[in-house]
Design a protein around this ligand. Structure first.
Ligand code: SF4
Ligand code: SF4
Length: 89
């Protein structure tokens, strides 16, 4: 059904968006610093206090959450970019 196809496309896109940021829950102490520093409000806390990318479409992959986390518990996937570094040695 066309409707189902559309749904599948949306969920695939959503999954890709959610993977912009990864939280290592074993290291996370639920301090919410990352949530506080997220400039776009993409990151929120779940009921247990773990950060969750609730609004992946708002995430610009700026890296602020990763930069501010004192426990290296959150990682931002690098933006896909086509650039080649030449002569950097
Ligand atoms: S990468 Fe930036 S916009 Fe995305 S969740 Fe982290 S702080 Fe927010
Ligand atoms: S800043 Fe780090 S330790 Fe604190 S809630 Fe965010 S991911 Fe967890």
């Amino acid at each position: 059904m066309a409707d189902q196809t559309a749904k599948t496309q949306v969920s695939t896109k959503q999954k890709a968006e959610e993977e912009k940021v990864h939280v290592f829950e074993a290291w996370c102490k639920r301090c919410e610093i990352c949530v506080a520093f997220c400039p776009t409000g993409a990151l929120t806390s779940d009921k247990d206090g773990f950060p969750v990318l609730t609004y992946p479409e708002k995430c610009t992959q700026c890296g602020m959450c990763e930069l501010r986390c004192p426990d290296f518990a959150i990682a931002v996937r690098p933006r896909e970019k086509k650039e080649s570094k030449k002569g950097s040695s």
